[in-house]
Ligand binder design. Structure first.
Ligand code: HEC
Length: 123
């Protein structure tokens, strides 16, 4: 019974967040990456812009970012300036499929038009 309630709860939370990628993005990436402000790591808007410049379609963007986030490495970084400024991002231990869901959400969301708690709390 407890398990069922837990599963239902997860299901509802998922529905509210609209998709799994959004949920995981907000629970994980945003602890370091604010959406529009660069503080302890480049903002999502910033790294999204850099990846869009380097990889011209959605598929390449998602593929390359997922590969990098799975194993952050200065040798394959396209943002060496960010590593110099903030140090290399730690490895988080997500599998490739999960990362692709998170990164699809990043690709499809316009963070400059969204208000959220992260942006409000550091004004
Ligand atoms: C513990 C803090 C932390 C978390 C959590 C984190 N990042 Fe990062 N990330 C950083 C820092 C610091 C940098 C800048 C230095 C670098 O590029 O390694 C960075 C850089 C990046 C870059 C630039 C890559 C490049 O070419 O250098 C991408 C893309 C990225 N993060 C995506 C993500 C995604 C997606 C998540 C969530 C799944 C995430 N990060 C979670 C700290 C974090």
């Amino acid at each position: 019974m407890k398990n069922l309630i837990f599963i239902l709860l997860i299901f509802i939370v998922n529905l509210q967040a609209n998709n799994y990628g959004a949920l995981l993005f907000n629970g994980n990436c945003t602890t370091c990456h604010f959406e529009t402000k660069t503080i302890s790591a480049p903002s999502v808007v910033e790294f999204k812009k850099r990846y869009k410049e380097a990889f011209l379609n959605r598929e390449d963007f998602i593929e390359n970012m997922a590969t990098w986030v799975q194993h952050p490495d200065a040798k394959t970084s396209i943002m060496l300036d960010a590593i110099e400024k903030h140090e290399l991002m730690p490895e988080l231990g997500f599998d490739e499929d999960t990362l692709k869901q998170i990164i699809s959400y990043i690709y499809d969301t316009d963070f400059t038009k969204k208000q959220n708690i992260n942006n409000l709390s550091i004004k």
